[in-house]
Ligand binder design. Structure first.
Ligand code: GLU
Length: 289
């Protein structure tokens, strides 16, 4: 049984890019008699707002999407994230890091003056300042990072299946260990606030919701090898992925939540129909499903 999901953060209005993602995941599941689940990624409680959550439900229902089972809220999932962290920590795969963004930026550019620091899916590649045995931070407000080299434990590649745009052809997407080490690095799995970081929470939740196919934007493709590695470490199955092209505005810029101009609510207010929204993002009308 195919199970997809849509996992928005309730930190702003849904825009056309979200509509495209949600409709694509929904229609794919429905075409195959599968299930479509909803998850509210509200782990960052300082930014999540109940009114945005309400607006998400309202917009999705208006577009004509239906979802199965209860909505999963990340704010209720702390114990599950903690258990996953403990399992990694017990195997010595995590270390505490007390570096601020500023510390990381300084250390990342220090070794070779003039060489641009490398950006990964999770910000600047961590230069390893707090990685044991070099350091052993005992700061109790420290973040927890995955020691990527230890986590790979001699594996030379990490692979996952990526479905092409036709949703039929699957490619084996292979990342070499050296690319994980150099282009992703020691990602944060638990923040200084004690909250689980996205890269951990998404993996724990996709497994808990038995997601078979993750449909999401191409901006997350570069983080997927880390998700596949965590799934392997936590003994979870790796779902099949489909990273779709991003919907951009007329200037070619990616739509951001702050960009209210393309908010679904705004098109609704202006009298657009759900099929108009589908057409705007290049999807067929509902009757053609
Ligand atoms: N919460 C993420 C977002 O709104 C989605 C992450 C995912 O689909 O894995 O961009």
């Amino acid at each position: 049984m195919i199970r997809t999901r849509f996992a928005p953060s309730p930190t702003g209005p849904l825009h056309l890019g979200h509509a495209y993602s949600a409709i694509t995941a929904h229609d794919f599941a429905r075409r195959h008699g599968g299930e479509f689940l909803l998850r509210i990624e509200d782990i960052d409680q300082s930014r999540a707002r109940p009114e945005w959550e309400e607006q998400i439900f309202d917009d999705l229902a208006w577009i004509g999407l239906t979802w199965d089972g209860p909505v999963l809220r990340q704010a209720t999932r702390r114990a599950a994230y903690e258990a996953a962290l403990c399992s990694l920590s017990d195997r010595g795969l995590l270390y505490s890091c007390a570096c601020s963004r500023h510390d990381i930026a300084e250390a990342a550019s220090a070794p070779q003056e003039g060489v641009e620091p490398i950006w990964g899916p999770d910000g600047l590649i961590y230069p390893g300042t707090c990685r044991p045995p070099k350091s052993n931070t005992t700061d109790d407000r420290a973040a927890q990072r995955l020691n990527i080299t230890a986590a790979l434990s001699g594996r030379s590649t990490i692979a996952f299946q990526e479905l092409a745009a036709d949703f039929k052809t699957a490619n084996n997407n292979m990342t070499f260990a050296s690319q994980l080490i150099n282009n992703i690095g020691d990602v944060v799995l638990s923040r200084r606030s004690g909250d689980a970081a996205y890269n951990l929470a998404v993996v724990v939740d996709d497994a808990a919701q038995n997601i078979t196919h993750v449909v999401r934007g191409a901006d997350l493709l570069s983080a997927t090898p880390i998700h596949a590695l965590l799934q392997h470490l936590l003994n979870y199955p790796t779902p099949i992925y489909h990273h779709h092209a991003l919907i951009r505005d007329t200037d070619g810029k990616r739509l951001a939540k702050r960009d209210d101009a393309k908010a679904i609510a705004k098109f609704r207010d202006e009298g657009a129909t759900p099929d108009d929204i589908r057409e705007m993002v290049g999807l067929p009308p509902r009757s053609n499903l």
